[in-house]
Design a protein around this ligand. Structure first.
Ligand SMILES: Cc1ncc(COP(=O)(O)O)c(C=O)c1O
Length: 418
């Protein structure tokens, strides 16, 4: 355990971890169960085009979402694009800027214009009052985002969308298994989209799934994901199908979900316990009634109290071989291609969050001892923030490996500690 600030690797001490401890390491699955499924795929010769594992996954995810239809796709980004095309919306889409840029890119890619609104400063979730203020006659839809593994105020967004005759979609990339007043995420709005990317709490290597109670939407999406077969529409369609091997992995990962969430819940509780007395570091809390999946452990770093900013803490941890992620910084409106179009409103809450939040490692690859070690480092750095900053300004004793603060679901996550 490091006891003195000079023990920190960024100031010349030895790194706490030999192998990198990363945010977003894929969840543990039962390998034999997965490999048995792969054997069946190879024996059957059905590798894609809606095979039995894709169908089974769709049934399971529709159950979890409490809706009648699920359409599995190659990833959540494409699923959102296909959804927007299937619904035929045009114009502007009101959405939070505090999200992974995929939410905005998906809409932009199909010719829609994201209009960003601010978030609730406490929860980081889209603020329905700010969304309301962003609606104009050009608005075609609202896109809510369930951030950090808990639900956004989807019922208020449903009321807002109904009042203005708008579509409502929910980016549920982070929120599989969560619920609001007993109503599962997946059942809100016109449709919701889960991500089954490898970094998510349920992973299928790559993958996404649209869930909806609306039969027509499901049918159109089903057709558009397979080149538009069977529908007459101006776009023709695309190839957004999920492969059988991804579905096999997602099903195996889904079986592990209760264990994964329990593991994450324990990790989160330990982070809260070990960091709650660390001035200037606050761990995001979750309401158990919302069935949070604890996919992320988010801390906010207050530079006024710690003497260092979030990027310094990231750098301190990086030198220890702990790869954290600033989810989400930059916010969408602070990044290309959105910076060139000024937001109609200032987004001070989003910008404050983007400057202060940091995701710390969790998931089944992060043990209790790992969490204790990370917390020791955070406490030590935060209680000597001024000294850390001064020492770094004088020139780092040890060059940190390059790992910029860009967020993303990039493959760099998987080069480490598979
Ligand atoms: C909030 C959010 N939306 C969308 C996505 C995109 O998901 P996918 O990688 O499945 O396209 C992500 C992925 O990280 C995300 O975090």
């Amino acid at each position: 355990m490091k006891t003195s600030v000079s023990d920190l690797a960024v100031l010349g001490g030895s790194p706490s971890f030999t192998d990198p401890l990363v945010v977003g390491r894929p969840s543990r699955v039962d390998r034999r169960s997965f490999l048995r499924r792969v054997e069946r795929i190879l024996d059957s010769g059905r590798h894609s085009n809606g095979g039995p594992f894709v169908e089974e996954l769709e049934t399971r995810l529709a159950e979890i979402a409490g809706v009648r239809h699920c359409v599995a796709m190659c990833n959540a980004t494409t699923a959102m694009q296909v959804l927007a095309r299937a619904r035929g919306i045009r114009g502007e889409v009101v959405m939070p800027s505090m999200t992974f840029v995929a939410t905005a890119h998906a809409m932009r890619w199909v010719g829609l214009a994201p209009v960003f609104c601010d978030v609730d400063p406490l929860t980081g979730q889209i603020d329905p009052r700010r969304a309301r203020a962003a609606i104009t006659p050009r608005t075609g839809a609202i896109v809510g985002v369930h951030l950090w593994g808990r639900p956004c105020p989807a019922p208020e967004l449903e009321d807002l969308a109904a009042e203005h005759g708008l579509d409502l979609y929910l980016d549920a990339a982070h929120a599989i298994g969560c619920a609001l007043d007993g109503r599962p995420v997946g059942s809100f709005g016109d449709a919701e989209v889960f991500s089954l990317h490898a970094t998510k709490v349920v992973g299928g290597f790559e993958g996404g799934a649209l869930v909806t109670d609306d039969e027509e939407t499901a049918e159109r999406v089903r057709s558009l994901r397979a080149f538009g077969e069977g529908t007459r529409n101006e776009y023709g369609g695309t190839n957004a199908k999920m492969s059988e091997v991804s579905a096999a992995m997602a099903l195996t990962s889904l079986e592990a979900l209760p264990d994964t969430v329990s593991h994450n819940r324990r990790n989160h509780a330990l982070y809260v316990e070990l960091l709650e007395r660390s001035p200037g570091i606050s761990v995001e809390r979750f309401d158990p009634a919302q069935r949070p999946n604890h996919q992320y452990v988010i801390v906010r770093v207050d530079p006024a109290e710690t003497g260092m900013d979030r990027d310094t803490l990231h750098r301190v941890l990086l030198a220890e071989n702990v790869i954290t992620r600033p989810y989400f910084s930059p916010a969408c409106h602070q990044t290309e291609p959105y910076t060139c179009r000024p937001t109609p409103f200032p987004l001070p809450r989003t910008e404050r969050l983007a400057a202060t939040v940091l995701a710390l490692p969790t998931g089944t690859g992060t043990s209790t001892t790992d969490v204790e070690t990370v917390c020791d480092i955070v406490r030590l750095a935060a209680s000597h923030g001024d000294r850390v900053v001064r020492a770094l300004q004088a020139g780092p004793a040890q060059e940190t490996r390059h790992d910029d603060l860009e967020h993303g679901s990039g493959s760099d996550l998987f080069s480490a500690r598979q």
